[in-house]
Design a binder for this molecule. Structure first.
Ligand SMILES: Cc1cc2nc3c(=O)[nH]c(=O)nc-3n(C[C@H](O)[C@H](O)[C@H](O)COP(=O)(O)O)c2cc1C
Length: 209
């Protein structure tokens, strides 16, 4: 199964959405019988975690529950059951997926809060999503590749890579970036427009493969 998420606040002129849709089309053509689930985290944001969620998390940690199918045991009070009712469908989708595809912009050197809210909801202590792979299609206004002055400011790829490894034990992660998107708009970056076009073309090609 392919779980496809998008997080850009832009609905139509979004490059991270364009890239994720190209990837999804190719994947679905190659796996015509596989399930496909789509979730738009910007159009339908998941709520932030609340106190009852932290109680679920504490119970899971204290009772050393590492089997995801046992997490529901942690929901004892009505408030905890309501918190679990938010988590359960999100987690079911992730557990059922072979590939988790995330279309996300860089916002403020990192990820949109809508994507962070989703990660907060589905992540519990010492869990494992081993055997799955993540694909991240991203767009960013500037350039953050190796050797660029802004390379150390990339807390989007760095964060997600560390998160998937540290919390999910998944190292099968692919990033496809379209860079310098701001050169399309910012007159001061007009000289980088061609470099942006090349980055976008390469990203679209990679997503289609
Ligand atoms: C709220 C916001 C914050 C942004 N922060 C950054 C940033 O820190 N670095 C950067 O290179 N671009 C930044 N950008 C530019 C976006 O990464 C760029 O517009 C990208 O194309 C957005 O992805 P999308 O096309 O899928 O919407 C920001 C854009 C917005 C709207």
């Amino acid at each position: 199964m392919l779980l496809h998420l998008d997080a850009s606040a832009r609905r139509h002129a979004s490059f991270s959405r364009k890239l994720s849709s190209v990837y999804a089309e190719t994947w679905r053509a190659a796996h015509p019988d596989a399930r496909y689930v789509y979730r738009d985290l910007a159009a339908h944001p998941v709520p932030h975690i609340g106190e009852a969620w932290t109680e679920l998390c504490d119970h899971i940690l204290e009772h050393e529950i590492t089997d995801i199918s046992r997490y529901r045991e942690a929901a004892r009070t009505p408030a905890q059951q309501a918190a679990w009712a938010v988590v359960e469908p999100l987690l079911d989708e992730v557990v059922a997926a072979d590939v988790i595809l995330i279309g996300t912009p860089m916002y403020n050197y990192s990820i949109p809060s809508t994507l962070k809210a989703w990660l907060d909801q589905i992540t519990f202590p010492k869990m494992s999503l081993e055997g799955r792979s993540f694909v991240v299609t991203s767009a960013r206004g500037g350039a953050y590749g190796p050797g660029t002055p802004r390379e150390p400011y990339d807390h989007q790829e760095r964060y997600l890579r560390d998160f998937f490894k540290g919390h999910f034990r998944v190292e099968d992660v692919t990033f496809i970036h379209a860079e310098l998107v701001n050169a399309r708009l910012d007159p001061a970056l007009a000289h980088l427009r061609e470099q942006h076009e090349q980055s976008l073309a390469a990203a679209l090609k990679e997503a289609a493969q």
